[in-house]
Design a protein around this ligand. Structure first.
Ligand code: AFP
Length: 341
């Protein structure tokens, strides 16, 4: 990207303008999706501002157990959840909401009920907040079958049925990455304008990468194919260079790097967690959707991740996602293992 030229740009593609442009391709569209997305964007801006202030608030003594009014201070993940739930309900376009923070799904009552189901993790990677590491919000959007009679089955659909997915990363800049099923685009928040501006049009993940990303502390409990794959990354036998290891422990940040630089992100099953750690609906599916839309792949160790049909809203699954060729390698190792059995 030409940053010098960028500084003089006067024709700014905001996220709203971008989605409205997309919408104009569908004359039957009523603008509901644009309205929904505007409410998600509002939630992201609020959380971005709260995350930015978190460190400062602590330093100047505002983030104790109680605030100046004697009220208990809300933890950032709880606060973010409330903000998103309220923003989504008030959009008047949602029907069922599934949040990482809430055990049960929220069914939106009439007259605020709309046609979209939103699954989301309001603040993923929240154990990283206190050390200032990038964290993020992840979301996926489905269409309800019948808005008069919404049921949990409307959100227990395979990821390939999602209409859109994205994440917002609260890092050195605030970046929102979105796919509505026609490629992937990244928008960066311009704090002076309060607008997300298209900065990463049509993101394509490199076909093969030089980075692997995994919590190697779990290695002693891995299964054969995962162990073999990571061994290959470190000690390739085909004369290629070893891959570099990068692991932040915050899925949004690890996936964002993978999307831009290529490589593979793994959260495999292990003996202690046979289903892995990451949640299907609001971690595995949205990130797999984005990866496929950017030309990469996402695999569970058994199948294409987006083909998985969840049985429970907080279900977990192992996940391997990233550059097409890198995921192809791990698929081959699992296929070989299956043949042996
Ligand atoms: P927290 O929200 O508890 O920080 O968990 C973050 C996360 O769900 C995901 O963002 C990371 O990729 C993954 O967990 C890291 O897990 P490990 O700490 O086990 O590596």
């Amino acid at each position: 990207m030409d940053h010098a030229a960028d500084a003089h740009r006067t024709d700014l593609m905001t996220i709203t303008r971008f989605v409205l442009n997309e919408q104009s391709k569908y004359p039957e569209s009523r603008g509901d999706f644009t309205i929904l997305l505007n409410h998600i964007v509002l939630g992201c801006k609020f959380v971005c501002s709260a995350v930015n202030k978190a460190g400062l608030a602590k330093l100047i003594g505002l983030a104790g157990e109680t605030n100046v009014q004697g009220e208990e201070q809300k933890k950032l993940d709880v606060l973010s959840n409330e903000v998103f739930i309220k923003a989504l309900v008030s959009s008047g376009r949602t029907c069922i909401l599934v949040s990482e923070e809430d055990e049960e799904a929220t069914f939106v009552e009439q007259p605020k009920r709309g046609r979209y189901c939103v699954v989301f993790d309001p603040l993923d990677g929240s154990s990283n907040i206190d050390c200032g590491v990038s964290i993020g919000t992840i979301f996926g959007i489905y269409m309800v079958n019948d808005s008069h009679e919404p049921t949990l089955d409307d959100v227990l659909q395979p990821g390939k049925n999602m209409l859109a997915a994205g994440y917002c990363m609260y890092g050195s800049s605030c970046t929102l990455v979105l796919s509505t099923g026609e490629g992937v685009n990244g928008f960066t928040l311009d704090p002076s304008l309060g607008e997300f501006i298209l900065t990463h049009p049509d993101i394509k993940i490199p076909k093969k990468g030089k980075i692997y990303s995994v919590n190697e502390g779990n290695a002693k409990n891995w299964d054969g194919p995962t162990a073999k794959y990571v061994e290959k990354c470190k000690f390739p036998k085909d004369g290629s260079s070893s891959k570099s290891l990068r692991y932040i422990g915050s899925m949004v940040a690890d996936v964002h790097r993978t999307l831009l630089y290529g490589g593979i992100f793994l959260y495999p099953a292990d003996k202690k967690s046979p289903n892995g750690k990451l949640r299907v609906l609001y971690e595995v599916f949205p990130m797999s959707f984005l990866m496929e839309q950017a030309g990469g792949q996402a695999f569970t160790g058994k199948q294409r991740a987006l083909d998985l049909v969840p049985n429970k809203i907080h279900e977990r699954s192992p996940i391997f996602l990233g550059s097409y060729d890198d995921v192809e390698e791990i698929k081959a190792l699992y296929a070989a293992e299956e043949k042996k059995e």
